[in-house]
Each structure stands twice: as C-alpha cells, then as structure tokens.
Design a protein around this ligand. Structure first.
Ligand code: ARG
Ligand code: ASP
Length: 709
C-alpha cells in the first residue's frame, strides 16, 4: 500500500504525541502534574513530595558526589545509592588485605563507618523562579553579546544578595535553554562515610556484558551515611521502605538528579549526533575494546588493571550503539522533520513568529559548519588521547617549558604533581595494549582527518615514516622515557631547568603537543564560536516551541531538558516488546542469577553464600508473595545519567527500589523519548534488604530503617 506524504506525516505526528510517561518535572512546579499523577494512581500530593513550608520528600534526596543520586532511609542519615556510584570509594578504601570490591564491606558498628574525604552530598532546600530578574534590561533590540553580559551581571547580583541572607549555597540555573531561571538554595554535606557494599559479583553482577540490558540481575547498591558536626545527620525526612513490591501497571515515580538531555534539538543536530559523531566514536571504541578484551582474557592481572578503563569506555560505547539503533528503528529523524514542518507552518501564520522560524532555519548551516570541528575534537579525544602514553605525556608539557627564570617553588610543585600522576599511571598500565591501541588509533586518525586539517605529527608520520604507523609506534615507544616508571622518577628527582629542552623533544611529548597545539590553534575558538551561535539560536527556537507546542499539540509534554537539577518523573511498571516476536517481563528473580551463573566467566560468578540462601529459600519477609526473591524491575520513568541511585517510589511515596540503568533499546530517550521502549531499570529494595540482612548479617542497618510490611 502506498501512503501519501501527508498521511505519513499525520501518522508520525499522531504517534509521537502519545507520550504518557515522558518528562522530567521541576519539583517546585509539581502542582501542575498532581492531577495526572493521581489519575495514574498516586495517593499522595505534590506538596508531600516538594514543599518549602514543611518537611517533604525532597529533604531526603541528595546529589551524591558529582553525578549520582542518593536517598536517606533512616532518621540517622543512612543513605542508599548504587554500587557503581559508590564504586570509586569502595575501591579507594580497598587494600591488598581488605579488597572491599571483591569481598564486600559491612561496617558492623558506627565506629567502623569509613570517612570519604572529598565526597559530598547536596540537598536542595528551596528554589524560586527568578526569570524576570535575570532577564531584566533585555529587549528585542538587545544583541546576543549584550544579552550575555546583562545576564551575567544580573545573575551575579541575584546571587550576591541571596547569599547574604542564606546559610545555604546559592546558584542560579538556566532552564529551557535560557528561557527560564531558578535560584537554588543547596545544603552541602561534606562528611559522608561508607557503611556497606556487597561484593562486586553481586553489586556488578553481569558486569559490562549485561550493562544497559534487560533482563538484568544486578544488586547495584551501596550504603553511606551523612554526618553533620561529627554526628549522624538527623534529616527532616527519610523514606519509608515498602516490602510489598510492584505489579504490572503500578504507579511509580523517580526523584533524582538527571544530568543532561537534549529533547528539543533540530533534526539536523539529531542526525549529526546519531549518524555522524556516534558512529565514529563507536567504531573507534570497538577497536580499542577489542584490544583490551584480547589481553584481558589472557591475563587476570591485566583484566583487573583494565577493568575500570574498560567499563568507562564501554558504558558510552554500548549506550550510543543503542541510541543509533533506536533513532533508526523509531524513525527519530523523520519525526523531528515532521514536527519542524508543522512548526514552520505555525511560524508563518504571523509576522511576529518569523524570528522563531529563522532561528530553526539558521541552525542548519551552523551545525554544518560545526561538524568539521566536532569531528576534529572527537578524533583528538577518542583516538589521539586514547593512547594512554600520550594522555600521560600531556601532563609533562608544562615541565618541558620550564626555563631558568621559572620560580623553584613552581617547579617543585609541578614535580610533586607529576610524581603522583606517575604512580597512578603505572599502577594500571600495560604497554603491549597501549602499543596496539596506538597503531590502530593513529591509523584511524590519519585516515579520517584531511591532510590540511590535522595535527602536524600525523603528516610527519607520512613524511618521515612513509606512512608506516607501526614503525612510528616502534620509534615512539622505543625512544620515549615515559614508558618506564623508574626512568621517569629518576628524571623528576634530578630535574633542572636546563633539562627542559630534552624533555620537550621526547617523542611522546612532541606527539601530544602537536595534537594539543593543533586543537588550540585551529579548533577551540571555532568550536566555541559555533557553540555560542547554536545556543543563541536554540534559545529562540526553544521559545518558539514553548509557544507552539501547547497551541498545536496540547497533549504533547513540555518540560525542560535535564540540567543536573532535582526532578520528578513518573510512569507505570510494565514489560514491553523490544522487537518483533520478543516480549520482556517486568521483573527478574534470583532464579535468573542461578541461570546466568558461570564460574568461569568473571561477570557471572555466584558466591557460595548466595547459593546457600537460595537453596534454603531463606528469604524471610523479603520474599515476594509468589515466594521468589525479586531482583530488579522495569517501569516507564523518563530517566538519564545522574538518575543512578535515585529512589523509585510507589503511590504512597514509599521506597520500592533504586534506579540504576535504562534498557538498551530505549537509550535514545536522551534525544527522543518513546514510551513503548524507553524504560528505567531498578533494583528491588527487597533484594537490597535481603542482602544486608540475610547475606551480610548487618541487621543494625535494618533496625534503623522504617519498614512498611
Ligand atoms: N549503564 C549504567 C549507567 O550509565 C551503569 C554503568 C555502570 N555499570 C557497568 N557495568 N559499567 O551509568
Ligand atoms: N546508569 C546511569 C547513571 O549512572 C543511569 C542512566 O543513564 O539511565 O546515572
């Protein structure tokens, strides 16, 4: 059957407006969602979730460290977050004798809770709309440059006067790409201690293989405690824990700190992201990860050394593959294009809307111009600096510029830093991997970047080594001193300004300097310029969309992109159909862990202790009413990076679990949300409590929680 273009567009638009679960809502404005939330099953009020007049749930949700969420679950400041969010701290506290990553860690008394200097928890105390104050003095005639200046000045004044009267830390945050501003009052806690973590074969069960994937069986939690003035913190609110579990269709909401989404990009930008940039990154990372895998499989020491590096590269790699596929399968670009056609039609109805039309149209050429610079940056970071030797060598650039006039203190400080960096670097460095990575990455870099627009070092490989990357890499690793910890330390111990010149000639320093110089001289300023233009145009395009969407698509969801501020999102529990003839159930159980078990594959090892509990079916009050131990479940909450560790709550606002991931098929939700495939994954709180109680015997923690049976 042949469809006309118009009916196709009408069809696409109609589909894209069915977005029941979409949206990350500003808690201070949640009244607007209350009726819908209650209609979906919520039994509490928006005021119970966020209030500045009395204690509310917002007083129990924190930004954990730089990029995760945590929630308070006792009147003594006990905090839950994900294992992968606490990972660095678990690792930092581990020693040869006490490997907490492998063994797990349980503080059996409060005295055993481990301080984590540098770790903070940030709690939102109040937020108020200051849009009018921030935009005061701006008219239709204000140029973009003037606008930026006026806003900076206004924000400075708003912050200064707010800070004078507040015990909290104030910031001003932009929403809707500069169309709305909020003044935020945050309380910062800087004494957060580590209380417990399961062994990695529970907290990271399935590892990178299962990462982003449903069905999932990861016990992804760790436990911390907030202290204030040296004592356990007494919060204004803490979550009650529900042991009732979830059923298909149940209302849930997630309260946390989503980092970044881009739901209002023009089609050209989504296309650039999904069809130009991501494929390059995925391809480069595939090559690197293949090399890592090869050596990691051969040697358990290397497996450990590269575990964290592998997870870091692998997380984005896998997610972006999902995004590329999701956008293709769900016709993301076509939907955006259809929307833009309707938008242009709307703009053309009145003269006053012309500026909104121009904003959209002007974005295309800027993105086109930007592509070259984005690509150059992508190859620098993903290919050039993926060579560990070069990334490490970048640290030495400053020392290589030292002269006899450089103050000795400065040199000493630099040397101190470099010694530290050197110890860290060699702890997890395996040169054969790096040499192979260097060969593949330099080959790819050189092939992809035009001769007249790339770092000089690539042209030099062509000239001096006749394009033979392997022999260049031999020379690079053969001649540099930076592959030997001993030599580097000796060089740093005996450093004199007269030796700087020699260091500057080290081939690794030469190579990375060439890449960085090229970037600074030819890419950085242009990228900034494009970015500024894009931001200004996107602000106007956003303003247009904010006017057009309620008029033309009153049922479409309009909410600000994630910006590292506290948000509420809600949706129902339920499985989905990821592809033809495949259906996913909405929960997993301990049975699935036993099915996945494989003692020979690191990611799927099951401990003796878990076996014992499983064989005895010793689940106590944490068993589901079906008798099994539920491990994880999925629901239609619109989440993103940063939402890890967020509480997922039921209709009464009781804790059901911890959000920790999304399903692979729906990772495109950062760009385009589709409720049929975009699902969040949470670990069931009953599995968490079962592990704390039955597995670890850390019952003192259970005793301080408030539990609704
Ligand atoms: N995909 C999740 C997120 O983006 C979890 C990552 C950590 N887990 C892992 N196996 N690497 O953060
Ligand atoms: N795993 C992510 C996080 O660490 C959550 C997500 O991207 O869905 O925040």
């Amino acid at each position: 059957m042949k469809r006309t273009l118009l009916t196709t567009i009408a069809f696409i638009l109609c589909v894209s407006t069915l977005r029941a679960d979409e949206g990350m809502w500003i808690p201070a404005l949640l009244q607007r969602n209350e009726a819908e939330m209650q209609a979906m099953g919520m039994k509490i009020t928006a005021d119970d979730i966020y209030s500045i007049n009395h204690s509310s749930m917002k007083d129990a949700v924190v930004l954990f460290g730089g990029g995760c969420t945590g929630e308070i679950v006792s009147d003594q400041g006990l905090l839950l977050t994900n294992h992968h969010c606490g990972f660095d701290w678990i690792q930092k506290h581990s020693t040869i004798e006490h490997d907490y990553l492998t063994e797990g860690f349980w503080a059996m008394t409060m005295e055993e809770e481990l301080p984590c200097p540098g770790l903070t928890a940030k709690m939102l105390r109040n937020m108020e709309d200051v849009t009018d104050k921030v935009l005061a003095g701006i008219t239709d005639q204000t140029t973009d440059d003037e606008r930026a200046q006026i806003i900076a000045e206004n924000i400075k004044n708003i912050k200064e006067s707010a800070q004078k009267d507040s015990q909290y830390k104030v910031t001003v945050e932009s929403f809707y790409i500069g169309n709305q501003y909020f003044l935020m009052y945050n309380e910062i806690f800087d004494d957060v201690r580590m209380v417990g973590a399961p062994p990695s074969n529970i907290g990271k069960f399935g590892g990178d293989t299962d990462n982003w994937v449903w069905p999932r069986h990861t016990g992804d939690f760790s436990i911390f405690r907030i202290y204030k003035d040296g004592k356990p913190y007494k919060p204004d609110y803490h979550f009650t824990i529900s042991l009732k579990g979830v059923e298909e269709g149940d209302f849930t909401f997630v309260f946390g700190y989503p980092a970044r989404t881009n739901e209002y990009l023009p089609a050209v930008a989504v296309n650039q992201e999904a069809n130009v940039i991501y494929p390059v990154v995925v391809d480069l990372r595939t090559q690197i990860l293949n090399i890592y895998n090869k050596y990691q499989e051969k040697d358990p020491v290397v497996r450990l050394q590269y575990a964290s590096k592998h997870a870091g590269l692998g997380n984005g790699w896998k997610k972006w593959m999902g995004v590329i596929e999701g956008i293709r399968n769900f016709k993301g670009i076509e939907k955006k294009q259809a929307f833009e056609e309707a938008y242009i039609n709307w703009c053309q109805e009145t003269r006053a809307r012309m500026k909104y039309m121009h904003a959209l149209r002007d974005l295309a050429p800027v993105y086109e111009e930007y592509e070259k610079y984005r690509m150059a940056t992508t190859y620098l970071t993903e290919a050039g600096l993926s060579i560990e030797l070069l990334e490490y060598a970048a640290n030495f650039a400053k020392l290589a510029e030292v002269t006899k006039d450089t103050p000795q203190e400065e040199i000493d400080e630099l040397i101190g830093e470099l010694k530290e960096a050197t110890t860290v670097f060699f702890k997890d460095y395996y040169q054969p991997i790096d040499e192979e990575v260097a060969i593949t990455m330099l080959t790819a870099y050189s092939a992809a970047q035009p001769e007249d627009f790339r770092p000089e070092i690539l042209n030099e490989i062509d000239r001096k080594f006749k394009g033979d990357v392997e022999s260049y890499v031999d020379y690079l690793f053969g001649k540099t001193v930076l592959t030997s910890e001993e030599k580097v330390m000796a060089m740093l111990d005996n450093f004199k300004p007269s030796k700087a010149k020699k260091l500057a000639k080290d081939p690794a320093v030469v190579a990375v300097n060439s890449m960085m110089d090229f970037y600074v001289e030819n890419v950085l300023a242009k990228s900034r310029e494009c970015n500024e233009k894009i931001n200004n145009l996107r602000r106007v395009y956003m303003e247009g969309q904010m006017k057009m969407i309620p008029e033309v698509y009153p049922e479409k969801r309009l909410y600000p992109d994630a910006n590292f501020t506290l948000r509420v999102t809600y949706g129902k529990v339920g499985g989905f159909k990821p592809k033809d003839a495949v259906t996913y159930g909405y929960f997993t159980t301990l049975d699935g862990i036993m099915q996945k078990e494989n003692p020979d594959i690191y990611d799927y090892v099951v401990t003796e202790r878990l076996h014992e509990l499983y064989d005895a079916k010793d689940y106590g009050r944490y068993a589901d009413k079906d008798g099994s131990m539920h491990v994880a479940f999925i629901a239609g909450n619109h989440t993103t990076g940063g939402n890890s560790g967020s509480p997922i709550l039921n209709a009464n606002g009781e804790l059901l679990g911890l959000n920790f991931d999304r399903t692979w098929e729906g990772t495109m939700s950062d760009l385009i949300y589709d409720p049929s495939i975009c699902k969040n994954i949470s670990v069931d709180i009953r599995y968490v409590l079962f592990l704390i109680d039955k597995y670890a015997g850390c019952t003192r923690l259970i005793d301080e929680m408030t539990i609704a049976e």
